[in-house]
Ligand binder design. Structure first.
Ligand code: HEC
Length: 151
């Protein structure tokens, strides 16, 4: 009788201790997993600036052969993506329709010389004529023009 009376509390104590142990182990494992994920995020953030610098340097490495889309992103998007300074937004057909109707050559001329709030060549003086033409075609074609840019 006395044996049974003692062993029951001991057994249930052991069971409680075991489940606490398992729970503690589980939280530790979860904690470890989280820490590893954070470290990966941090590592990715630390690497990013280097990757960004390489991307930005890539178009500059080959002057004369930069693509319209790359020039647009690097130079023109500052105004034409947001509509800053009253610039007609990329892809806005209502804003671009009357401009496109002036013809490719006229648009290239205004982009080269500058127009009102737009500085000559969008402020990128090192753009070659062909590069500027590619950027104008890329921008106007986003709003439905079918301009053929020089290769
Ligand atoms: C500093 C802001 C700014 C940047 C950068 C800029 N633009 Fe503009 N752009 C404008 C504004 C503002 C207008 C509207 C001018 C107006 O009609 O008053 C405009 C108009 C134009 C037009 C229409 C011209 C016309 O005759 O209707 C073209 C084409 C154009 N931009 C091309 C470009 C290209 C290509 C680039 C990049 C190489 C570029 N822009 C960069 C502000 C900018």
């Amino acid at each position: 009788m006395s044996d049974l009376g003692r062993s029951a509390p001991v057994r249930s104590f052991a069971r409680i201790a075991l489940s606490i142990g398992v729970a503690a182990l589980a939280t530790q494992l979860v904690g470890c997993g989280k820490k590893a994920a954070v470290d990966e995020e941090l590592a990715a953030k630390l690497v990013q600036p280097v990757a960004k610098v390489e991307l930005a340097a890539a178009p500059a490495a080959a002057p004369g052969s930069r693509k319209g889309e790359d020039i647009f992103k690097a130079v023109c998007a500052a105004c034409h993506e947001s509509g800053a300074a009253g610039a007609p937004k990329a892809g806005d057909k209502a804003a671009w329709g009357p401009r496109i109707a002036q013809g490719y050559d006229t648009l290239v001329k205004s982009a080269a010389a500058g127009k009102n709030a737009m500085p000559p060549r969008g402020g990128a003086a090192d753009l070659t004529d062909d590069e500027l033409k590619r950027a104008v075609a890329f921008l106007a074609n986003k709003a439905g023009a079918g301009f053929k840019a020089p290769e």
